[in-house]
Design a protein around this ligand. Structure first.
Ligand code: AMP
Ligand code: MG
Length: 354
């Protein structure tokens, strides 16, 4: 398949963006696939109400079809037709966080095909805030089902370069956005709104504390951090080894000096064997690491930086054929909880406490 690549720049006006995205919307309305930017990661979109489109998405990603897709909308009102009822708490969260990086799961209506929801009776819905995403969804008819635009098992793409690497030849069009645009860099927070006390199934930029401030008590799915809980994650996609780089990643937790000493000892060991190493560290420690490639995740006081860079670091380690990677670990709260969740998955839950 020939993939058309269009670019949206900072210099584009609202009307030139509209014009460029008309074509993209038409592809979706005719049953095709378009990769598009959002404020979290790039999405791989198809018409959410067309069962064939969902199948095409699974095929393009190489994703198992029991893994449901998130339906993206461009206006809050569109939620009405996707779900059988909107719980009051969902209304509150939509008002507080949409458009934005929050996905809510509710009981689906009949217009949502089971192919889109991986056979579930529930549907995941999000209204993104990225202006290109909003205009594209509107042009596409208002309901775009989209997982992240990476091949299954690879880190989610946060720049057009990696979307093209994974999806060129597999989709009809890729919308490339200006890379200088501020992005969050981690997938949306997912909250299951079908129980009285809503539960976070995937942590993200919108934290448990932010959600609880709006609606009171919220639970968090235990499988997010405990690989040995013996339970199946409620978000089917969370069971797969996602976000993984090709090499082996290990997280290291402990006092800063001990973390540096441990990582440098490992790096020495690999270097003697001629193996290439990489480290992800925070700004006060990065100069201390002896690895071949050291990535600076920024300050611990501003985890937004680490969040927005994480997937690019993992992709770059792949590009550089790094074989052994070590990362400092992060706290289990706030945005750091989301970073830690993705790191743990990328590391296959390998964490060393020093
Ligand atoms: P991605 O689109 O790559 O960000 O992945 C979407 C995530 O949302 C996966 O982990 C899915 O399992 C999860 N998800 C989507 N729909 C549902 C649903 N109805 N119930 C539970 N999890 C869902
Ligand atoms: Mg994904």
């Amino acid at each position: 398949m020939e993939t058309q690549i269009i670019t949206i720049n900072k210099s584009d006006t609202a009307s030139s963006i509209r014009e460029k995205l008309f074509q993209a919307g038409k592809i979706i309305r005719q049953g095709g696939l378009v990769a598009f930017p959002t404020e979290t990661v790039y999405g791989l979109g198809g018409d959410a109400l067309n069962p064939d489109a969902a199948q095409k998405i699974y095929a393009a990603k190489g994703r198992p079809s029991d893994n449901p897709l998130i339906v993206h909308i461009s206006q809050i009102d569109s939620l009405d037709s996707l779900v059988s009822a909107i719980p009051d708490k969902a209304k509150k969260l939509a008002k507080a966080f949409w458009p934005g990086p929050l996905t809510m799961i509710m009981n689906k209506s009949d217009i949502v095909p089971s192919q889109t929801t991986g056979g579930l009776d529930t549907v995941a819905v999000r209204m993104p805030s990225h202006p290109v995403a909003l205009e594209f969804i509107k042009q596409a008819g208002g309901y775009v089902a989209a997982p992240s635009a990476n091949l299954s098992g690879k880190p989610s793409p946060t720049t057009a370069k990696y979307v093209i690497q994974d999806m060129d030849g597999r989709v009809d069009m890729i919308i490339a956005a200006d890379d200088s645009e501020e992005i969050i860099g981690l997938e949306s927070t997912i909250v299951d709104m079908t129980s009285d006390i809503p539960a976070i199934l995937r942590p993200g930029y919108i934290t448990q504390a932010m959600i609880s401030r709006e609606i009171g008590a919220t639970d968090i799915d235990v499988t997010i951090f405990d690989a040995d809980s013996g339970k199946a994650p409620k978000a089917p996609g969370m069971k797969y080894r996602h976000y993984a780089p090709r090499g082996e990643l290990v997280l290291v937790e402990g006092r800063p000096d001990d973390v540096v000493a441990y990582i440098n000892a490992q790096v020495r060991f690999h270097k003697e064997r001629g193996e290439k190493t990489g480290v992800i560290g925070t700004d006060t420690l990065v100069t201390k690491y002896d690895a071949d490639i050291v990535k600076n995740a920024g300050s611990r006081d501003e985890p937004v930086m680490a969040a927005s860079r994480l997937y690019t670091f993992l992709r770059e380690f792949d590009d550089e054929n790094v074989e052994f990677m070590y990362s400092e670990s992060f706290k289990n709260e706030g945005l750091e909880q989301a970073i830690m969740n993705r790191l743990l998955k990328a590391a296959g839950h390998k964490i060393i406490k020093v």
